[in-house]
Design a protein around this ligand. Structure first.
Ligand code: TNX
Length: 783
């Protein structure tokens, strides 16, 4: 059975060039229906991600096509064979026929459960490709599935309905037992279909743990039969600003979502079929504002907050009354019934203790218990939950703050504030999952491209993910065995859509997979980059909208307006070769390779694309420069000012409800933008466009670091300084109460004629709460 090739309708740049298409026509081995063999795609080099533990190339090659029989002797092998056939159908358009058959067939492909095959590696497998047949064997279904993924990757290293692959022998097993991905479904909510797509993709990267962050200040996402207000009230928030209002009526427009218990069971079963364990998280004692909104009696101060529509560290904490523990245990019972995983994540992070300090009853209880301070109280709280979970035969997992004040006896630590917490836990004999924000937080953006979506612009590029070493060398071998593995986290504050989540996850998940699976001594970043291009058509075949920014070409320009020339520097974030044109055509494999900055008279149009061999890795980017374009800058082209605090965010406008929203880089502690070396020769004024955002952040103890200049007029002024942010004031222009209907205001800034270059600094005076002005663009106006 064959299907049309899924790539047939895609533009030429999407077609992979790593393969060689041989027009090898011949005769099929049946006498009655002679028909030409289809063209054969040849795998020049297997592109396997993650790289296997051991791989040896052998003599000869094996041909796979629609006529290749696939044998499976038992139910487990048949399930694996069916997944293999599904993957081949998606990527190569061939759905081989599965037959009942013994594990010793000498033709076609055999999937075999063989107790001898990988006895000492619970997730391992052995794969043999010979010129006549392929055998995939493992001692259990899980290992066999990973063998099937490898074989599929081998055959989809080239594309076509007939593939010839080199003979080889692979012995493989993962480095770590915990190969995780966390998805935050509280800040933004995903459909069950999207979650399933993610689980499918995880399995194809040999990841085996899905940590599901289901509760937070901004939303409770688990249906509770005993406490329905959790999902009914806690499942909805009114988004900040315009996004939370019906445009026509001005009525509140809630953002809601929760998973029914049936849906959760479905997800858990779906994951299990793909050899993935779902680990739920019920975050406590902090990150519970949505719970307190639904059941204020379990909060510390007795007030009823709304479900939060802000990001950051919130003050709401559970109180420590017996009733509250009764409530938590009831909810945990519901969670335990839904999730069979050994581990249950109870959060424990970012619980600032202000409310416990302010609560008379919490303080009284602390004294009664003889607990010295709030840190010790949190430790007591977590220990109590740990005892409860242990009593139910489960293991407690928490963020590294569960070390503070003394860790519970059997707790496992997820180290997110760097690796220090993990090191401390391993030294004291506790198990650890490494998930440091610096390397494995996928809410941090991956390139410096202006085309990145909203997120955190402190970058976590591919190489940083790839280079993460989960077992710190300060640990002894014995302590190192406590590192169960690694996990990347997808926090979704800035990911309103599934498209954005996919952008964050793919292709960095490929680097994560290799960190989690491949032995340290087999890791090689250059080799990984050589294998990555073959992964992209696989993503496309499954409809995955991976990030394009790592494969695009970015340009920066230095102009000489007087001479009428420009110098353009091109860069690809992953360092792939760049080909470009300056004649307005799209570059192809014959276009010049970029080697040094392009210097040319204005106007200039550069089109460029990154290439792996002869294959363009994405659409060409177009960069046009003329006398006018050099006078303008959009938000993403500005630098951040000195002394603005550490938190740079790339934020989306709060409106419009439908359609594209503007995106702004903002240093939220002190919004300020710098145009370094602006050429002011002959400039008589500036046109400045500002947008406006609701200030929706909770900074907890960092709040005092927020600063702004006093306003002299009611709505603040746009302040423009020359010579940097301590320089002379060029203009101070009062701003209106509101933006125009399009969400922006345009401000004309007259300037005294000056000469030469200067660093222009843009700020707005006045409090950033409740609304914050943000710079959208600046145009220099000729005199
Ligand atoms: C910190 S990581 C958090 C999350 C945020 C994340 C944003 C952790 C345990 N807590 O609540 O979403 O930073 O990067």
């Amino acid at each position: 059975m064959t299907r049309p090739r899924p790539f047939a309708r895609l533009p030429a740049w999407l077609l992979p060039g790593v393969l060689v298409l041989l027009a090898a026509c011949g005769r099929q081995g049946t006498e009655t229906a002679p028909s030409p063999l289809p063209a054969e795609a040849v795998v020049a080099k297997p592109a396997l991600i993650p790289a296997p533990m051991r791989m040896e190339q052998r003599e000869g090659s094996f041909r796979f096509d629609a006529a290749t029989p696939i044998f499976a002797a038992d139910a487990a092998a048949r399930r694996v064979a069916a997944r293999f056939a599904e993957m081949m159908a998606a990527t190569n358009g061939v759905e081989g026929g599965i037959r009942d058959g013994s594990g010793d067939a000498r033709e076609g492909i055999v999937f075999a459960i063989d107790p001898e095959a990988s006895a000492d590696a619970p997730e391992g497998y052995v794969l043999d490709v010979t010129p006549t047949h392929v055998r995939v064997a493992a001692s259990n279904e899980r290992g066999l599935f990973y063998g099937a993924v490898t074989l599929w990757q081998l055959l989809s290293s080239a594309q076509g309905q007939a593939v010839r692959t080199p003979a080889l022998h692979i012995e493989d097993a993962p480095r770590f037992g915990w190969r995780g991905l966390m998805l935050d479904s509280a800040r933004h909510f995903q459909s069950i279909d999207e979650i399933k797509q993610l689980l499918d993709a995880m399995a194809r990267h040999k990841l085996n743990t899905f940590h599901w962050h289901l509760t937070d200040d901004q939303g409770w996402r688990i249906e509770s039969l005993k406490y329905p207000r959790l999902h009914e009230v806690g499942g909805c928030r009114i988004p900040a600003g315009e996004a939370g209002l019906e445009p026509r009526t001005g009525e509140p427009r809630p953002y809601c979502g929760y998973y029914t218990q049936d849906q959760i069971r479905d997800v858990v079963a779906y994951a299990a079929e793909r050899h993935i364990t779902v680990v739920p998280e019920f975050d406590m004692p902090g990150h519970v504002q949505a719970v307190v909104a639904a059941y204020p009696q379990y909060g510390s101060l007795g007030d009823t907050p709304p479900v939060s529509n802000e990001w950051g560290v919130h003050p709401y904490l559970f109180n420590v009354d017996e009733d509250t523990f009764g409530f938590i245990e009831d909810v945990l019972d519901e969670i335990l019934a839904l999730f069979p995983s050994q581990y249950i994540h109870i959060g424990g992070d970012e619980a600032v203790k202000d409310q416990w300090q302010a609560s008379a009853s919490v303080q009284a209880r602390m004294r009664e218990l003889g607990i010295a301070d709030e840190t010790a109280l949190q430790s007591w709280f977590i220990k109590r939950i740990e005892a409860y979970l242990s009593g139910k035969g489960r293991r407690l997992l928490g963020w590294d703050e569960i070390l503070d004040g003394g860790i519970a006896p059997n707790a496992t630590v997820m180290s997110w504030r760097g690796t220090e917490g993990g090191i401390a836990a391993a030294r004291s004999g506790h198990d650890v999952v490494m998930t440091p924000g610096s390397h494995l937080y996928l809410d941090f953006l991956q390139t410096a491209s202006p085309n990145e979506p909203p997120g955190r612009p402190v970058q976590v590029p591919m190489e940083k993910v790839y280079d993460f070493e989960p077992v710190p060398d300060v640990l002894t071998a014995e302590q190192g065995r406590h590192i169960l593995g690694v996990q990347a986290n997808v926090w979704t504050e800035h990911m309103r859509t599934w498209e954005r989540m996919q952008h964050a996850i793919f292709p960095r998940i490929a680097a994560l997979a290799e960190v989690a699976w491949t032995p340290a001594e087999r890791k090689d970043y250059a080799d990984f980059l050589a294998r990555l291009p073959a992964q992209l058509p696989r993503y496309r075949a499954f409809g995955i909208a991976y990030a394009q920014t790592p494969f695009e070409v970015m340009a920066t320009a230095e102009d000489d307006r007087a001479a009428g020339t420009v110098q353009v520097t091109l860069e690809n974030a992953l360092g792939y070769a760049i080909r470009y044109t300056t004649d307005g055509s799209d570059p192809d494999a014959d276009s010049p390779l970029y080697e040094a900055a392009i210097e040319a008279p204005l106007p200039l149009e550069v089109r460029a694309a990154a290439f792996a061999g002869t294959t363009a890795l994405g659409p060409a980017t177009r960069h046009a420069f003329d006398a006018g374009s050099l006078l303008s800058r959009g938000n993403a082209q500005f630098d951040t000012c000195p002394d603005t605090g550490r938190l740079l965010l790339r934020l989306e406008d709060d409106g419009p409800i439908d359609g594209d929203r503007a995106i702004y880089n903002v240093t939220i502690f002190y919004p300020c933008w710098l145009w370094q070396g602006a050429d002011l020769d002959g400039i008589g004024g500036l046109k400045v466009r500002l947008g406006r955002l609701p200030y929706y952040f909770q900074l907890a103890h960092d709040e005092p670091a927020r600063k702004f200049m006093p306003a002299e007029t009611e709505h603040g002024e746009l302040l423009v300084q020359a010579g940097g942010c301590d320089g002379d004031t060029l203009a101070r222009i009062p701003l209106p109460a509101q933006t125009d209907a399009d969400g922006f205001v345009n401000v004309d800034v007259p300037l005294e004629p000056t000469a030469g270059r200067s660093d222009l600094c843009f700020t707005v005076t006045g409090d950033t709460r409740p609304m914050m002005w943000v710079l959208d663009r600046v145009d220099l106006q000729m005199q």
